[in-house]
Design a protein around this ligand. Structure first.
Ligand code: UD1
Length: 422
């Protein structure tokens, strides 16, 4: 298993171009199945999760190539509607295929998906949404069989604004007969990007970015060329890393509006942020201040995907901060690892009480999930001495060669790949 070795204590400095958004690219890749022919997607990040999605699409009969950030995907030869269990288990986002496969083939068989161990991660809202559109769903153990002779538009209210359920319903409803309305829809930027892509293929969708999305079903969609939005979580991770190392970093290819809740929190912590178009400059010359209360919630509130990274900054802040996680119940596992580096954190239910310490110390730690892994890398960059981060396959799911990106900013970080024994 690969490891990252970090010699900490060096402020990050320089300019970085932010990769395309994983969480936008994954549903858009799945949505490509809704049109027959060749779709070209630009700014698709080179990540493990994208490889898994492309492998699944190939398994379904598509032809897919990913070079230099561009994916060329030919769906014309797709003829299989069953996603193999082994591939489903590799990634939670495989569930995005349910809506498009159902719309394309009138039936699909999938399995309970895998993914980060950050909580229960149910899919009941996905299934209820597809049922409302007319699908019959049979659950046999972890196998899910879904059939629909015809999908028909419906009014669907989500009891929670689930990102994935909103996206699955949008994709299935794009080819359904009549109008679908999703109320209490998720408002994340990635949903707006999916709407942008589907409309570029000829769909009639309005309202993404608000809590009500209206989809007027069309007969067919046409393949197109589309550019994926910048990854707000990767941008946020770099911003926090710049602040935690007391560095000075310029980020290019960002959408600052997608990061407003993080920018607000960082400014409260005393971090200097200058925005100029799609460029964000982050600097932190002095010790950050504690932030009284941060609560993760659906967009546009503070994202759960930046909770662990911001926690690292707060471990070094002056005073006591409180961070409450409301989206995923298992998402405070990095606390134990940060404590091994000298952080002073007490957890009570889903809240972390963080008393800032003057410094963290290098240690051998384990990435427990994707974003927790990124947080440990930030901790290693800020810490005194050497940090070894293990189980970094989690990090490779969402960050394009994280060690290369951070080395460009002057970090002393390298990947160690053990030589296999023969
Ligand atoms: C997406 C993101 C993930 C992010 C999360 C929350 C992608 C590929 N992943 O995940 O990075 O952390 O949004 O911002 O876009 N829930 C149910 N029933 C369902 C679906 C969800 O109870 O059918 C619950 C989940 O258990 C969780 C909460 O809703 O507690 C949020 O999940 P959801 O918004 O669906 O997140 P994902 O789409 O899985």
């Amino acid at each position: 298993m690969d490891k990252l070795v970090i010699e900490g204590g060096k402020p990050l400095s320089g300019t970085i171009v932010i990769q395309g958004a994983k969480n936008a690219a994954l549903p858009i890749l799945a949505a490509s199945l809704l049109a027959d022919g060749t779709t070209t997607l630009d700014h698709v990040p080179d990540l493990l999760d994208i490889d898994v999605m492309l492998n699944i699409l190939r398994e379904l009969g598509c032809r897919a190539e990913h070079t230099g950030g561009t994916v060329v995907l030919d769906t014309e030869t797709a003829h299989i509607s069953h996603v193999p269990e082994a591939l489903m288990r590799q990634m939670r986002s495989s569930i995005f295929l349910m809506g498009p496969l159902l719309a394309r083939f009138g039936e699909t068989q999938v399995y309970q998906p895998g993914g980060c161990a950050i909580g229960e991660r149910k899919i009941d809202l996905h299934l209820e949404g597809l049922q409302a559109l007319g699908a019959e769903i049979e659950e046999l153990g972890n196998r899910i069989i879904c059939r629909a002779d015809k999908l028909r538009g419906a009014d669907i209210h989500l009891s929670f604004p689930s990102v994935g359920a909103t996206e699955n319903i949008m994709m299935a409803a794009a080819l359904a007969e009549g109008r679908t309305t999703i109320s209490n829809a998720a408002r994340e930027p990635e949903i707006q990007d999916l709407q942008g892509f589907l409309n570029a293929m000829g769909a009639k969708i309005m309202g993404a970015g608000t809590d009500t999305i209206t989809i007027d079903g069309v007969q067919s969609l046409t393949p197109c060329r589309y550019k994926i939005i910048p990854d707000r979580i990767v941008a946020g991770t770099v911003m926090v890393a710049a602040a935690a190392t007391r560095g000075q970093v310029t980020l290019q290819n960002t959408q600052p509006a997608h990061l407003s809740s993080l920018i607000h929190v960082l400014r409260r912590a005393g971090v200097q942020i200058v925005i100029d178009g799609d460029i964000i400059k982050v600097g932190c010359a002095a010790r950050p201040r504690a932030v009284e209360r941060i609560v993760t919630s659906p967009y546009p509130a503070f994202p759960t995907d930046l909770q662990s990274q911001v926690m690292v900054l707060l471990t070094l802040a002056d005073g006591v901060s409180v961070l409450k996680e409301t989206i995923f119940e298992g998402r405070l596992k990095h606390v134990d690892e940060l404590s091994r580096m000298g952080a002073d954190i007490r957890v009570d239910m889903n809240a972390a009480f963080i008393r800032g310490v003057p410094r963290l110390y290098g240690a051998t730690v384990e990435a427990t999930d994707l974003r927790a892994g990124a947080a440990l890398v930030i901790a290693g960059l800020a810490a005194q001495g050497r940090t070894v981060v293990e189980q970094i396959h989690h990090i490779d799911r969402g960050y394009e060669k994280i060690e290369t990106m951070l080395s460009r900013l002057g970090a002393r970080i390298s990947r160690y790949t053990p030589v296999p024994n023969n």
